[in-house]
Design a protein around this ligand. Structure first.
Ligand code: SF4
Length: 297
């Protein structure tokens, strides 16, 4: 069995945006889905609002899903093209019998459309009649319908034009403030992550490398992989490009047969013998948590 994610321990604090970052295949989306039990963990526990939801029954999970929602990467694929906005946003309201009748449901749908910046009179339009950014707004309205506490945002802007990305990110920030939302934000885009996150969790091949406050991590990464990721952000400064080349050694290892010891060791210019023999445990360094035998100074 291939473990996409293993030995991971992570807390998300109320009202914060915690981002999971890493290259594709690092397990960040798997971890996000696992937290919602859309993928069942083979071992370990998931707590939500102090309750262990790992063994919750389907009916208990229905109650949890009122409080945990998801925004998907591709607004083109995540909205059923045969459904009108009315039905797309109204579906969770009807499923959970939130509103008393048709009038109240319509009123709530329009209120949600207004919240995300879509004109309520467009309630009977279909997804293809909207732009990509508008479709993502509809996806957000649908996620907000049940007044969730936590929203898992899985690459919510990566399918959008750069000019639209900041509008959606600002919308997410505004909604977070207004409704005291907590976000688990999954992204490979370090620029987006810097803009939206309070804390960042860096993953490599199914393991956490480093967790910490966003400004501190970007200012002074302690894990060699975090530094590599930050240096890989496009930059025209030739000095930085040269530094980047120094750290880019080795092939990306396979998740099926990961290296012994530290999974990053085949690409890490700082690797020593212990890195091959012993997997680094995650440990507290100041306000940071880092899994590295030789954290950067
Ligand atoms: Fe590099 Fe060793 Fe740290 Fe892994 S544990 S990141 S190989 S220095």
């Amino acid at each position: 069995m291939v473990h996409a994610v293993s030995g991971v321990s992570l807390e998300i604090y109320k009202g914060e945006t915690l981002s999971l970052v890493g290259e594709s295949g690092c397990g960040k989306s798997t971890l996000g889905r696992m937290m919602m039990r859309l993928i069942e963990p083979t071992e370990g526990q998931i707590f939500f609002e102090g309750k262990d939801i790992t063994a919750f029954s389907e009916s208990q999970m229905i109650q949890v899903y009122k409080k945990i929602q998801m925004i998907f990467q591709d607004p083109y694929a995540s909205l059923d093209p045969r459904m009108k906005v009315r039905d797309l946003i109204g579906e969770p309201l009807l499923t959970h019998r939130v509103c008393a009748g048709k009038e109240e449901t319509d009123q709530r749908i329009k209120e949600l459309m207004h919240m995300v910046g879509i004109r309520p009179e467009l309630i009977d339009r279909y997804p293809h009649q909207f732009s990509g950014g508008q479709r993502q707004r509809i996806g957000i309205a649908r996620a907000l319908a049940l007044n969730p506490r936590l929203i898992v945002c899985d690459e919510p802007v990566s399918a959008l034009d750069v000019s639209i990305q900041s509008q959606i990110l600002n919308l997410l920030k505004d909604l977070q403030q207004e409704f005291d939302l907590t976000y688990l934000f999954i992204s490979h885009d370090l620029g987006v992550v810097h803009y939206i996150s309070d804390r960042v969790c860096v993953m490599f091949l199914g393991k956490i490398c480093e967790i910490g406050e966003t400004g501190e991590i970007y200012e002074k990464p302690l894990h060699p992989y975090t530094r590599f990721l930050l240096q890989a952000v496009p930059d025209m400064d030739p000095e930085k490009v040269q530094k980047r080349e120094q750290i880019l050694t080795g092939e990306i290892p396979s998740a099926v047969n990961p290296p012994s010891g530290c999974r990053f060791r085949t690409r890490c210019p700082y690797a020593g013998d212990i890195c091959r023999d012993k997997e680094p445990e995650i440990r507290q360094l100041g306000d940071r948590k880092v899994a590295c035998h030789f954290p950067l100074g």
